[in-house]
Design a binder for this molecule. Structure first.
Ligand code: ZN
Length: 248
């Protein structure tokens, strides 16, 4: 990496060519993490993206076979805790940028590590890397339905399960495919509110910067050095500040 500008709050460096590329990008990929949703009042998670898994919590893929009722009840409790949360100004800034770029025949493609629906509530189009809590999916045919948080059968006869990645499972293939499709045409990758604990995000940033030579920016509180070093520009700020660092 050539250079990391560490800025506190909004303070645009005047001679950061990478930031100029971000601001002028017509097609950008954004990855959002727990730091974007935290100001909404959501419970915080220790494991980024996926659910916090206290020891013994019924949140591993093996639990689905051995104690499915507990798996559903556990996720119901988390979904209820999330129920009152509202999108933050960071979510809204991303939606506004997505709409603006779409009108300009560009695109802001949003991927989220979060399992909440706050991007959807803010009217953005989003791809969930680890699934979402509000839906369940049929194991046999893949049909998604609103979550009931209890065992149920699809009309095809297959059992439904939470539509999120449980412990021991990999990220959604659909998100990976969408990333590959989108990144080919993107000028920039922007990560918001993520500390780089997710293997998939680190890999995506590497692909974007090394292979596609995309401009790269990380905005998060207390960026970790190892993750920050992957980006040309790092901003140490609350996610609400992202509005200053999106394509114009
Ligand atoms: Zn089915």
């Amino acid at each position: 990496m050539t250079r990391v500008s560490l800025l506190r709050g909004f303070q645009r460096s005047t001679n950061d060519p990478n930031l100029e590329r971000i601001l002028n990008a017509r097609r950008a990929v954004v990855v959002t993490g727990a730091g974007l949703s935290a100001p909404s009042g959501l419970p915080t998670y220790s494991g980024e993206g996926s659910l916090v898994v206290p020891d013994q919590a019924p949140a591993n893929v093996s639990d689905l076979a051995t104690r499915p009722d507990e798996v559903f009840a556990y996720h119901k409790a988390i979904a209820q805790a999330m129920g009152m949360a509202q999108p933050t100004s960071g979510h809204r800034a991303l939606t506004i940028c997505q709409d603006r770029l779409a009108i300009a025949e560009g695109a802001l493609t949003i991927f989220t590590l979060n399992t909440d629906d706050l991007h959807e509530l803010s009217n953005a189009t989003v791809h969930h890397v680890y699934g979402q809590l509000s839906t369940e999916v049929c194991v046999a045919c893949g049909t998604k339905t609103p979550a009931k948080h209890q065992k149920s059968l699809c009309p095809c006869g297959g059992p439904r399960r939470p539509d999120i990645c449980l412990g021991g499972e990999i990220a959604k293939k659909s998100a990976e495919a969408e990333f590959k499709r989108t990144m080919r045409y993107a000028d920039a990758i922007i990560c918001v509110g993520t500390s780089g604990e997710s293997d998939i995000v680190r890999r995506w940033v590497r692909v974007a910067t090394d292979h596609y030579k995309a401009a790269s920016l990380l905005l998060t509180r207390d960026p970790q050095e190892q993750f920050g070093d992957m980006f040309e520009t790092v901003v140490d700020a609350d996610s609400s500040e992202i509005r200053h660092y999106l394509p114009r």
